[in-house]
Design a protein around this ligand. Structure first.
Ligand code: NAD
Ligand SMILES: O=C(O)C(=O)C[C@@H](O)[C@H](O)[C@H](O)COP(=O)(O)O
Ligand code: ZN
Length: 356
């Protein structure tokens, strides 16, 4: 089974293709009228998959390879990509192909959104995590002061998953991606969350048919949310569950020390505790936090994290208004809510070790 469905954006509707082996025939699936094909990839993905992808092309592709890792989502790399594009004749009728994980997707997408005021791009996600980043049109780069602080909404022309490539993911990156699936489950589709807990190991990439199933279900959660609120005026903020603290941790530790998914999992565990405090509900946060631990995520903040600095970073989060820290909390599974949370409560919870 190779699911194919569409995502509606305000600019256009684009296909999402989930097809084992499709990296060998990417060119067949894309428009042939582009003047140039500009592949952006990274130093880990390039030796694994670039030649296979390029072989399917009838035209020569221009390639730019960024150093693997979160550190590459930078202004410096952005400038290098755009200058390289200009030097290699990339014009308005060219297309950027993002071959890699979320880092490649975000910076390639932002380059596509900005270069010559916007050219087409196609997402070819090679990590599980990028099932989230490749759909919905958020693109961007980091500042030292905060994650994704410079960016644009720019929808891809297509998203093409070849789940076979997930088999080379290191365990840590597989687990990282699973955190965003879990997020989709907790905020929108609890049966997906339960299915993951029962059927998916965080230690080992499952077989391809299970991967196809997982991708389709989780991408469809993302689709439902971004189709109803593309520019984050309302419910799209729920996709930030776990990210208020998660993004602060990533920036505070130094980009790349924590994976995005590790930080988001920690952030979700924290947000669950905050939810209990704020709503005084019977949300069984303990059970979910235990399940996160079973899957191998850290759910207690390391002692070397400085509370003041984490609080400062959370105040600069894009969801914040007038210096107030706003968290996505859960009143119950599938019942997320965006809430301003008192700084004192956050300080207390951080100081007692986050969630324990
Ligand atoms: N735009 C969005 O909506 C959105 C959503 C979620 C996350 N993000 C962003 O995505 C980024 C994280 O993405 P990520 O976790 O994919 O990180 P990543 O792109 O750095 O990939 C993780 C690691 O896996 C390697 N890799 C990629 N594919 C591989 C493969 N098939 N086999 C072996 N190794 C492979 C990469 O080289 C890298 O070392 C963060 O910057 C995060 O902020 C954006
Ligand atoms: O698509 C969204 O919207 C998300 O929030 C998805 C998140 O998983 C992702 O990490 C996103 O990049 C965060 O966006 P930001 O606006 O908080 O930087
Ligand atoms: Zn995320």
């Amino acid at each position: 089974m190779s699911p194919e469905f569409t995502v509606r954006a305000s600019s256009h509707t684009y296909p999402v293709i989930i097809e084992p082996g499709c990296r060998h025939k990417l060119y067949e699936k894309i428009n042939h009228s582009y003047s140039q094909y500009f592949i952006i990839t990274d130093t880990n993905v390039s030796p694994l998959y670039l030649e296979e992808v390029k072989r399917s092309f009838k035209k020569t592709a221009v390639v730019y390879t960024i150093p693997a890792g979160e550190g590459s989502k930078s202004l410096e790399q952005f400038e290098k990509i755009c200058s390289f594009a200009l030097d290699h004749g990339i014009d308005r009728n060219s297309v950027i192909i993002a071959l890699g994980g979320g880092v490649v997707g975000d910076i390639a997408g932002f380059s596509a959104a900005s270069y010559m005021r916007g050219i087409d791009f196609i997402q070819v996600p090679t990590t599980l995590l990028a099932h989230d980043s490749s759909v919905g049109g958020k693109t961007g780069i980091n500042l030292p002061g905060g994650k994704n602080m410079i960016g644009a909404f720019h929808a891809p022309k297509a998203v093409m998953f070849d789940p076979e490539v997930f088999h080379t993911l290191p365990e840590r990156e597989w687990r990282s991606g699973l955190a965003e699936v879990i997020k989709h489950g907790l905020i929108y589709d609890y049966s997906l969350y339960s299915w993951v807990c029962e059927n998916v190991s965080a230690r080992q990439v499952p077989d391809t048919s299970k991967l196809v199933y997982l991708l389709e279900r989780s991408v469809k959660v993302k689709r439902a949310i971004v189709e109803s609120d593309e520019k984050e005026k309302g419910i799209r903020a729920f996709l930030n569950f776990g990210h208020t603290l998660g993004h602060a941790i990533e920036a505070e530790a130094g980009y790349g020390l924590w994976t995005h998914g590790e930080a988001v999992a920690m952030g979700m565990a924290f947000a669950l505790k905050v939810s209990e405090e704020v709503f005084q509900t019977s949300l069984d946060s303990g059970k979910i936090i235990n399940q996160l631990e079973q899957l191998g995520y850290h759910t207690s903040l390391p002692e070397n994290m400085n509370t003041d600095r984490l609080i400062d970073r959370m105040k600069r989060d894009k969801k914040g208004i007038n210096g107030q820290i706003r968290f996505v909390l859960l009143e119950a599974p599938e019942r997320p809510k965006l809430v301003s949370v008192e700084e004192g409560m956050l300080r207390n919870l951080i100081q007692i070790g986050g969630v324990k």
